[in-house]
Design a protein around this ligand. Structure first.
Ligand code: ADP
Length: 425
């Protein structure tokens, strides 16, 4: 602006001088001539600028003259800056791609229409995707798997999906993570080794428990015989036998629970479609409970005998008994325990509600883990093995149902086993 005002002032002043020295006409001619020269000068540099903009090569930038020198120098500086940040961006991108390629897990980026935008090499071999061929194609058409497609559609990505590749017999775990506007990152991991290790561990526990069971049964039997000969044994030795017998029985209970747990976990040899007569089941459970509780608690049963269940009788009995005995073990004497079997929201539901010691939020998410106990002494003193809820959780999972736990510290707990409606008989 300043420069334009100076130019106008300079032209007016020159016009005035020419007018005074020569005449009005000469002053007009001279000013027009000067303007024409100026116009040609500006056009020349504008033309140079246009040529450079077309090539956009930083090394060919003209030097210019006057105000144009200033313009070209600024252009040169900003071009250099832009060039530098472009190089830095490219380097970061290259490093990021190299890091993603070096990963053992498969990584795939998809947009809001499930179209493949990018994937690394492990993803290409794990899910049989070719970036060249399948770029911008929907992933659920390229990698065809019902469980994966359903999972992608739900939009709930807290859980992972496990897929068995029929060709390679490898198990792939897939996790979907949303990012930016409806974009998603899919990570695929080969967990075959983990699964195989877990299988070996389970087999070991199962075999180990089996092997220990026979000698332990013999020991328990002999200890009982020894204890029954009270008259021939002195008081002190009898006390020792009694302690040995209690500990051996605890070990036996632990082995029984371990075996039951490994049987529930293994899908083979389990018939989970037996007809379970609920009336007889609860009659049996009530008798067992009566032996344990000796009327210390007020246990109220509300059983809808018309609802029979399709499942494994042994497993279901064990799950129901575990929940009732826990309610007894973790409630003070005389407290009420309510046991219900009925249809809730169209699903057969078993509920045990106690008004016992309750469970704080910090422990709630972990109590179904093996050997997870809040108070180990109380658990042991009341004959617990730390495996009860783990068995319950596995039983209900194998029956395609779910375990729901609601509890507050010192306010009691409610445990629900919710079976799918297809299991009603
Ligand atoms: P345990 O043999 O120790 O009872 P479980 O697997 O049955 O093993 O239970 C795990 C832990 O959960 C228990 O040690 C106890 O701390 C807690 N728990 C289970 N049931 C109840 C309940 N009804 N009320 C309070 N705490 C419970």
């Amino acid at each position: 602006m300043k420069k334009i005002i100076t130019l106008i002032f300079f032209l007016s002043f020159s016009f005035f001088i020419f007018y005074k020295i020569f005449s009005f006409d000469v002053a007009v001619y001279l000013i027009c001539f000067a303007s024409a020269v100026g116009f040609v000068f500006q056009s020349y540099w504008a033309h140079k600028l246009n040529i450079w903009l077309n090539t956009n090569n930083i090394n060919d930038i003209p030097e210019g003259y006057g105000v144009w020198s200033e313009i070209f120098s600024k252009l040169y500086k900003s071009s250099r800056l832009e060039d530098k940040s472009k190089k830095e961006l490219n380097l970061t991108l290259e490093q990021f791609i190299a890091a993603a390629e070096a990963m053992l897990d498969g990584v795939i980026a998809i947009n809001q229409n499930n179209e493949i935008l990018w994937c690394n090499k492990p993803a290409q071999s794990m899910l049989k995707i070719s970036l060249k061929k399948n770029y911008k194609q929907p992933i659920n058409y390229v990698f065809r798997n019902t469980a994966f497609s359903d999972h992608l559609e739900t939009g709930e990505y807290d859980e992972t999906v496990k897929i068995l590749d029929q060709g390679t017999r490898k198990t792939i775990e897939i996790k979907v993570t949303p990012f930016r506007n409806n974009m998603r990152l899919i990570t695929a991991r080969d967990i075959s080794q983990l699964i195989s290790n877990e299988k070996i561990r389970k087999e070991f526990v199962s075999n180990f428990s089996h092997e220990l069971k026979t000698p332990l049964t013999v020991i328990v039997g002999f200890l009982e015989t020894l204890e029954s000969n009270k008259s021939k044994i002195d008081k002190e030795t009898l006390q020792i036998f009694s302690i040995m017998s209690n500990q051996a029985l605890r070990m036996k209970k632990l082995l029984d629970d371990l075996l039951l747990l490994s049987n529930v976990e293994s899908n083979q040899l389990q018939n989970r479609d037996e007809k379970i007569d609920v009336y007889s089941l609860f009659k049996k459970i009530k008798n067992e409970i009566a032996l344990i509780d000796k009327k210390e608690h007020q246990i109220n049963f509300s059983i809808n005998k018309k609802i029979n269940l399709k499942g494994s009788a042994i497993e279901v009995e064990s799950a129901f008994t575990n929940l009732i005995t826990n309610a007894i073990r973790y409630s003070e004497a005389n407290k009420e325990i309510r046991v219900t079997w009925n249809i809730e929201a169209m699903q057969p539901t078993f509920t045990v509600k106690d008004s016992g010691i309750g469970i704080s939020k910090t422990h709630l998410s972990r109590i179904t883990e093996r050997f997870y106990r809040i108070d180990s002494d109380r658990s042991r003193d009341t004959g617990g093995t730390g495996l009860g809820l783990s068995i319950v959780k596995n039983v209900i999972t194998q029956h395609n149902g779910r375990l729901e736990i609601k509890s507050n510290l010192n306010q009691g707990s409610t445990f629900k086993l919710i079976f799918p409606k297809e299991r009603i008989l």
